[in-house]
Ligand binder design. Sequence first.
Ligand code: 5GP
Ligand code: MN
Length: 320
Amino acid sequence: MNKLLEAIRDSERIAIAGHIRPDGDCVGSALGLRQYIAENYPGKEITVFLEEVNPKFRFLSGISEIHSEPDGENYDLMIAVDCSDPERLGKFEPIFRSSGTKAVIDHHISNHGFGDIRIIEPDRSSASEIVCTLLDPEKISREAAEALYMGIVHDTGVFKYSNVTGRTMEIAGKLMEYGVDHSRIIDETFYARTYIQSQVLGRAILESIQLMDGACIFSYIKNKYFDFYGAVYQDLDGIVEQLRITKGVEVAILIVEIEPGVNKVSLRSNTRVDVASIAEKFGGGGHIRAAGCTIDGTVYDVINNLTLYIEAQLEGTKIV
Ligand code: 5GP
Ligand code: MN
């Protein structure tokens, strides 16, 4: 039995939490793990803490049990999933700090290690894939498998990003054997867009600008667009991916003004640029080909800051 399952066995009050602005992998790994514990360790009190979750994940078992506000402290065990540093837990970080045992399941290259039980594997596609490796396959239900499968689908862009390995495919294949409705999960949670989402995507593409002879592309979502379109941050899923697949692009940047003068930046690269290292320069992190950070200032400030590092990597010079 691994250390995590031992800690689960030995704890009465267990909390699970993920990163701010939770994505599919974050929700999938948290709910998959919750489902597994609820089904196999009767009598445990399990609380899942996540910021507001996208309504498209509503079909997942346990979704209605999520606490979006901090509630209670001193859990015997808290498991942070898909979270590269404690600050990324946002308002749930104090709960993590106060818990007896702190476990971390993560796959970010920018995770430099925290917590008592550290299951940090940057060569895994997703936190959900790692969770699968920790569980007893005999004891996984269809409901748990659905959440974990969805998590893998989202962090791999439906099994196509460079983080996919043969092991990822084997694990996803095994999850299908629990009766997961893979087509529905992929269509309804990954590809489907609301009208609002299509409108914002269209605007972002229309207003995108190429730099560096087309090797870099960026788009900027102004804060006022949220009100104008009636959109929320989660409605921007997939925009940076659409920018990335533009012919000739190596780095795609989506700059979202989450409040006036404060920008959430998403970075994607295709084959050469290590965007995790760039995001880390600005206090963020992520993976080599997908990373993010928050940068204050105007869109020009953001672009000037980032392009310095992007150009240096494209030219093979090192800026420290
Ligand atoms: P996205 O661009 O989709 O928000 O994030 C891409 C990847 O970078 C995800 O794995 C996400 O967890 C990570 N990431 C995004 N923003 C931040 C940030 O501000 N800090 C850290 N440490 N990681 C981030
Ligand atoms: Mn992830």
